[in-house]
Design a protein around this ligand. Structure first.
Ligand code: HEM
Ligand SMILES: [Cu+2]
Length: 494
């Protein structure tokens, strides 16, 4: 017996609505900004290079930050079923996020900060006259505020899980892996949330350290840090935070595909081992961003390369395989939400392949600063993470808000995937053609792919606008729908 609804209280259900609307609006804005960059690179509009780097900084920061906020709603929503979370902490993070975003916006548009979302030391303080101390301080401070909000959120999730299950060893299923306990480990959502807490708390602490040092360095230039250590801390933060979005988002797949098919998703031994491996690897593979820094210890670079091959693979394989198995001959009745969740697997798989290519040291020396890199991460962020998010939003408005799927919803589902493939395909093409990334000015030979990307990007943006309108239209009804049976009742689906 199963129902599509999740048994958590109404207030928790409603609490995710505003952050999801906010995230949707911000993602849309960032997409428009992305299209502007492409139009400029493709010489379809004239954009002052100074403005290009400002909006490039905005797009990178805004996309990663907003994606993290949006998928943290997925984690919060489903984790609430198993542990008791303090809702006030969820709101505190939201407030920190809004304050931090405001600081970042002021830094970029009022004070001209354009140092990139990676704020690589010592660039924020040495801008060659492009921006001043206030700009850098507001940007770094804003990032620190956003990071602190997330830190509090993950600490709360960690606290609640440890209270419920005893320890992280238990939530990662060590007793089952070691054979001390028979049967299945904790629910997949708890396993995934543990992983996310471990990697993100570590990442944010590394990030906070380098942000604070950079801030002090702004006002006390004598206070310096070894730039290589700074780069390690920065990527230890940036890589992990960006990467962890997919591990938060995938929770929606573990929770909903079983509800759609009436088959449980259990954490068996292989599942648990895969998540344990990915926990460690996610933390230690960031040196793949430093493959060009020849002064790095060689063993770290080799580790970064070899483990990058393996990093996402265990979780990706058990998840994609698990999704196939759970759906196979289940008689599932597809709707738009489950369609998105299924397609997200595809986005994740195809997004990882170019990443593996890039993580090879010899290839990386040629490819790393080309558009190949944005090509790969736009694939798994766009078709992977965004599809999981949109699937969650469609699920909420349907099951909790009484919306029903229209033909248009199905059409936009396919158009989203196809146009996003067009966008990322153009990026990969540019990369293979040796177009550098992060350049405002492109050579004539590079322009056709930019134009192709610009038009695909415009289509993606328009379709995403439709999703957001659809969500907002039904968002106020979330929690009020009585058509589907309540959690304790009899099933209406399956
Ligand atoms: C319509 C959709 C999108 C468009 C048109 C777009 C466009 C772009 C462009 C043109 C760049 C700069 C490429 C270069 O280096 O030359 C870029 C970079 C980037 N994008 Fe997107 N993007 C889109 C969606 C996304 C999404 C969904 C995410 C993540 C959730 C994302 C995250 C990033 C990041 C992190 C960068 C790197 C910024 C940097 O190099 O500092 N983008 N995007
Ligand atoms: Cu990375």
């Amino acid at each position: 017996m199963h129902t599509l609804r999740v048994s958590i209280d109404l207030k928790t259900k409603k609490s995710v609505v505003f952050p999801l609307v906010l995230s949707g609006a911000l993602l849309l804005l960032m997409m428009i900004v992305g299209v502007l960059m492409l139009l400029a690179q493709g010489k379809l509009i004239a954009l002052d290079p100074r403005m290009f780097y400002k909006i490039m900084t905005l797009h990178g920061t805004g996309m990663i930050g907003t994606a993290a906020l949006a998928v943290s709603c997925i984690m919060w929503y489903f984790l609430s079923q198993y542990v008791s979370l303090k809702r006030s902490v969820f709101y505190v993070n939201l407030i920190f996020f809004i304050v931090g975003v405001a600081m970042v916006l002021v830094a970029i548009f009022a004070y001209d900060f354009a140092g990139g979302w990676t704020f690589l030391y010592p660039l924020p303080s040495i801008s060659g006259g492009m921006w001043g101390k206030t700009a850098a301080a507001l940007y770094l401070g804003g990032m620190l505020v956003i990071g602190s909000g997330f830190l509090i959120l993950f600490l709360e999730a960690a606290r609640a899980m440890i209270k419920q299950y005893g320890s992280f060893a238990a939530t990662l299923g060590w007793p089952q892996i070691l054979g001390q306990k028979k049967g299945f480990g904790p629910p997949p959502t708890v396993v995934a949330s543990t992983m996310v807490c471990i990697v993100d708390i570590t990442a944010i602490i590394a990030g906070a350290a380098i942000l604070l040092i950079s801030l002090i360095n702004l006002y006390a230039p004598g206070f310096t840090i070894d730039p290589l250590l700074a780069k390690n801390l920065t990527y230890g933060f940036g890589h992990v935070l960006a990467n962890s979005t997919i591990y938060m988002a995938v929770i929606v797949v573990y929770e909903l595909l079983p509800r759609y098919t009436g088959r449980p998703w259990k954490s068996n031994k292989i599942f648990l081992i895969a998540w344990n491996i990915s926990t460690i690897f996610t933390l230690i593979i960031y040196p793949h961003h430093l493959l060009m820094d020849f002064v790095m210890p060689k063993w770290m670079l080799i580790m970064g390369q070899v483990l990058s091959y393996l990093n996402g693979i265990p979780v990706l394989v058990i998840t994609a395989y698990g999704a196939l198995m759970i759906v196979y001959r289940s008689g599932i009745k597809w709707d738009v939400a489950s369609g998105f969740l299924y397609l997200s697997m595809f986005g994740w798989v195809i997004g990882v392949i170019p990443a593996i290519v890039d993580a090879t040291i010899v290839i990386n020396h040629v490819m790393h600063n080309t558009k190949w890199v944005p090509g790969h991460f736009h694939m798994y962020m766009g078709i992977g993470v965004c599809s999981m998010l949109i699937g969650f939003m469609y699920y909420l408005t349907k099951v909790e808000g009484g919306r029903s799927d229209s033909k248009m919803d199905f059409l936009t589902l396919w158009l989203f995937v196809l146009t996003f493939l067009g966008l990322t395909g153009s990026f990969l093409f540019s990369g293979a053609d040796s177009t550098p990334r992060r350049w405002a000015e492109h050579l004539p030979e590079w322009i056709p792919a930019d134009v192709m990307a610009a038009f695909s990007g415009m289509a993606v943006t328009l379709i995403f606008l439709l999703f957001i309108v659809r969500f907002i239209n039904y968002s106020s009804k979330i929690g009020t729908n009585k058509d589907h049976t309540d959690n304790m009742g009899t099933p209406t689906h399956g």
